[in-house]
Design a protein around this ligand. Sequence first.
Ligand code: B12
Ligand code: SF4
Length: 444
Amino acid sequence: MNILLVEPNYRSTFPPLGLLRISSYFKSIGESPTFVRGLDRSMQLKAWDKIFISSLFTFELPRTVKTVNYYQNCVKNPKTDIIVGGVGATLMPEYILENAQCKVHVGPLSDPDMLGFNEPAIANFMPDYEILNTIEKKYIPNDAYFTRVTIGCIRKCAFCAVPVLESKFRYQQNLRDQIAEVDSMYGKKHDLVVLDNNILALDDIASVLEEIKSLGFHKGAMLNGRKRIVDFNQGIDVRLITPEVAKQLSEIAIHPVRIAFDHVSVEKAYREGVRLLAENGLRNIMTYVMFNFNDSPEEFYRRLEINLELSKQYNVRISGFPMRYCPISDVDRHYISPNWNWRYLRGIQCILNATHGVVSPNPSFFNVSFGRSVDEFKEIVTMPDRFIIYRKEFSEEAREWKKDFSRLNSSQQSELLNILAESHNQKTFPHSLDLKINKVLSYY
Ligand code: B12
Ligand code: SF4
């Protein structure tokens, strides 16, 4: 058979594990699948028996559909011979079917014969890491075990896709076996990425952490002269950190410890989780800070401030990693929640551009990038993009802007924000009937 595996060229960090497992299956029956990223003219000119296309984020589905359409004449019958699957396809199959001719596979490949080849469950195949060498793109990290012990989550957070994608929390596969299989086929990998949604919810989490330690990922572990790293990539649930868990975490090569602070209503549990981590010597913490959901700019700023307070209190480094919410049924990232506005969201993006997405726990950096108070924060994110990104270069102009902006009362400020929101994707220059507002608008 001529089999093509395609990952659309959306931004992806990790390899497309679903396609890599499909590849392993076909190799196990003597086939030699071809792997490609995006739209490849030489592949489009060939005839294929089956084409498997992966999908990831719903906001990248337009690009996924474009990819399906690009390859649709390469097969006899696209409705049966092009198969699209993965996270995006599972969340919004109808969007793909309305815009392209193909078959959509919804959900995991957890049972036999789901692809119609009478094959064993694809989910149990090890990813074919070898096929990654056939393309130019290098995924990051490029020398790691990508593993998963559990499926699903015990919670049902309203903003999260996991309850839809993997509705029941359950144990899936032992880490030791996953690692041993990769070792025997491809040799030792350097780091360990654990993709579980909520691994601490596992009753027997103590054994998993013990296993990680005994598999060569104890604190300070080295391989080929470099420190090994364990990354619970989706973060661990602070509400489930106990003194025992924190102690065990401190004995493995975890770096950084990823946690989340989704809303200030979980402040108490968050503070307690950080305390336990800090007391066990876990000093490098990275916190996912969601915004643009049911929070507000004030509440978001408060969470960043709490991270600063805690960093000082426990002498740890809590870097914030703001994550902009967008609904799991949207095919773009334009969503603006009722308490936010376009300019503020854009302003945060500009700040993060300059800081590579990370909020520093160093007060002097924080004060410059996010402001010393919530009012200053709001002022910063209201400024024109270039004043935010190139602070030093535009400091004079920014001072002038501030003078003019401070002359606006709160209803004029709201009008300014509305005008900026409405006009940002229009070619006409925005203006108001109010001269003071117009003066400020002239900077944009
Ligand atoms: C790892 C991960 C990441 C990684 C990168 C992932 C990558 N591949 O590059 C990182 C940390 C960078 C990341 C970032 C983000 N992520 Co993320 N991430 C995940 C996670 C945990 C796993 C995705 C993955 O790679 N799975 C590996 C594959 C093999 O497993 P699988 O998808 O379950 O595949 C099975 C089936 O789907 C199927 N299958 C898979 N591929 C194919 C192909 C074919 C042809 C077939 C038939 C079947 C099939 O078979 C597989 C085996 O059973 C999911 C949560 C989850 N539980 O799925 C969130 C998830 C995809 N992320 C999400 C989000 C929101 C984000 C961010 C936008 C967060 C933010 N606000 O910044 C960013 C976006 C980054 C960007 N590009 O701009 C949301 C997506 C929501 C949406 N609207 O689509 C998810 C669902 C998490 C959630 N809790 O809601 N993410
Ligand atoms: S705890 Fe995490 S994985 Fe579970 S539903 Fe909430 S956000 Fe999703």
